[in-house]
Design a protein around this ligand. Structure first.
Ligand code: ZN
Length: 464
């Protein structure tokens, strides 16, 4: 039995791990590389395994760095089942369509400008065959996916429908099964909306994400206080608050907190615009999956008949005209828009129009990968390039990192500490220094833990 790391190896994006057992090949996640455009372009097209030789895919959750290359693999001959939870399938349909749409618009834009361009990795036509091959499995439903390999999903508490992949693998000729667990992305304990990540009592091998292996998050209960101070400061001086947020999960979390703040009269009633057609669709998916919520949200939905993702001052902006009209309004408002790392989408127009006005504030509430515009803002660069033009950064740049949907160091140590029997732990999905530091810390906390931080393409033999 072999395990090969084809992405998220000493970096955060492109999650992809290939398990070979009993002559079958199973790909755990099929994520897109993100970050520096040219480098990502090359990496995404450079397929390290022939898609026609893969028998099945197991998907952990619907973030693009975990699902974003599925259409490319299907287009190039992968025709097996794609296992995921029900909510992951519903979210994936919108997420992948949106990704294809953005790629196609970018190519159109380059053509219009007479610039050299490469064709999109996939188009909207490539998405239906992906959805056709998705096979959904609920949490805790043990299912044999290829001969000798049983899959059980546990709640990862990271985004709607996110799952820890738990595999019981009986290799031909072996006396006992090997248990392999892949965290996907692990959520945090005590976050609103979703349940806490579930503990895994036993596993021989673990593939563990380390996005925030070297950090401690602020307490989520401080978010409302921090939010309240910043929003009131900007509204007082007549400015706008621009919040780049992923349409999936972060937007719903921010909306949830703003709803609470307004309900408690902690911030004034200013308009809140969710300017992302994708976010509108995703909020709809949220309403259809009560099996994924924690008790509090279910109470709002089911007992109080209230939708915490839709309230008085909240407006979902769908049309481009409406989006553009926000630029002409010179009044305090909150605009939540995608993409979350400020790489593409309507957020770029809002940044272009607002970043050089000192009354405004850009409020960063999500992870910003290296080389993204979002990271440049966090690094307080004095000016930034948007659509080829340079803009001075005069608006305040503030970061609330308590919003993270990723486990931090204490969550990860706690999660690993609950697993008995670990023979080897592979650290993935973290920038190199996060992985190295976390590896040391993990060894200090859990004696004798055998840790590997795989390089891209590196292969390991897995056995009892
Ligand atoms: Zn994720």
């Amino acid at each position: 039995m072999k395990l090969q790391f084809l992405g998220a190896a000493r970096e955060v994006t492109g999650s992809k791990h290939l398990l070979t057992v009993n002559g079958k090949r199973i790909l755990l996640d099929c994520g897109l590389f993100q970050g520096h455009r040219k480098e990502a372009e090359v990496k995404n097209r450079q397929v390290l395994v022939d898609p026609t030789t893969i028998d099945a895919m197991i998907i952990s959750h619907a973030h693009m760095d975990h699902i974003g290359l599925i259409p490319y693999y299907v287009k190039h001959g992968f025709n097996g089942p794609i296992y995921c939870t029900d909510a992951t399938r519903d979210l994936s349909s919108y997420m992948l369509m949106d990704s294809a749409f953005i790629q196609m618009r970018e190519v159109e834009w380059m053509m219009k400008k007479g610039k050299p361009f490469v064709p999109p990795i996939y188009t909207e036509d490539d998405i239906p065959p992906v959805l056709q091959n998705m096979v959904t499995i609920g949490y805790h439903r043990e299912t044999e996916i290829v001969p000798g390999v049983k899959l059980t999903y546990y709640d990862a508490g990271h985004i709607l429908g996110s799952a820890i992949v738990h595999l019981q693998i009986m290799e031909k000729g072996a006396a006992h099964p090997v248990v392999l667990t892949f965290t996907g992305d692990l959520g945090r304990r005590g976050l609103p909306i979703l349940r806490n990540p579930e503990y895994i009592p036993y596993s021989d091998y673990l593939i563990c994400e380390t996005t925030y292996g070297n950090r401690f998050h602020k307490f989520i209960k401080d978010v409302d206080k921090h939010f309240k101070e910043l929003i009131n400061k900007v509204i007082k001086r007549g400015g706008k608050i621009i919040i780049p947020a992923f349409a999936l999960e972060r937007t719903q979390e921010v909306v949830f907190h703003l709803n609470n703040l307004m309900k408690n009269k902690d911030i004034p009633h200013v308009p809140i615009y969710v300017d992302s057609p994708l976010a509108v669709n995703l909020c709809d998916v949220f309403a259809r999956h009560p099996e994924c919520f924690d008790k509090e949200i279910n109470q709002e939905f089911i007992e109080n008949f209230k939708n915490p993702f839709g309230f008085g001052m909240l407006k979902y902006v769908e049309s481009v005209e409406e989006s553009k009209s926000l630029n002409n309004k010179d009044e305090p408002m909150i605009i939540i828009s995608a993409s979350g790392m400020c790489e593409f989408g309507r957020i770029l127009h809002h940044l272009k129009n607002n970043i050089s006005d000192p009354r405004n504030m850009v409020l960063i509430v999500g992870y910003q990968a290296e080389n993204t515009l979002g990271r440049k803002l966090v690094n307080k660069e004095p000016s930034v390039k948007i659509f080829g033009d340079t803009y001075p950064v005069l608006a305040d740049i503030e970061v609330i990192d308590a919003f993270s949907g990723h486990a931090d160091r204490s969550d990860l140590i706690d999660f690993v500490g609950h697993i008995d029997g670990l023979k080897k732990t592979f650290l993935v999905h973290g920038e190199q220094n996060q992985g190295l530091t976390f590896g040391e810390i993990l060894k200090q906390n859990h004696n004798d833990l055998d840790i590997a931080i795989p390089n891209l393409g590196e292969e390991f033999e897995i056995q009892l």
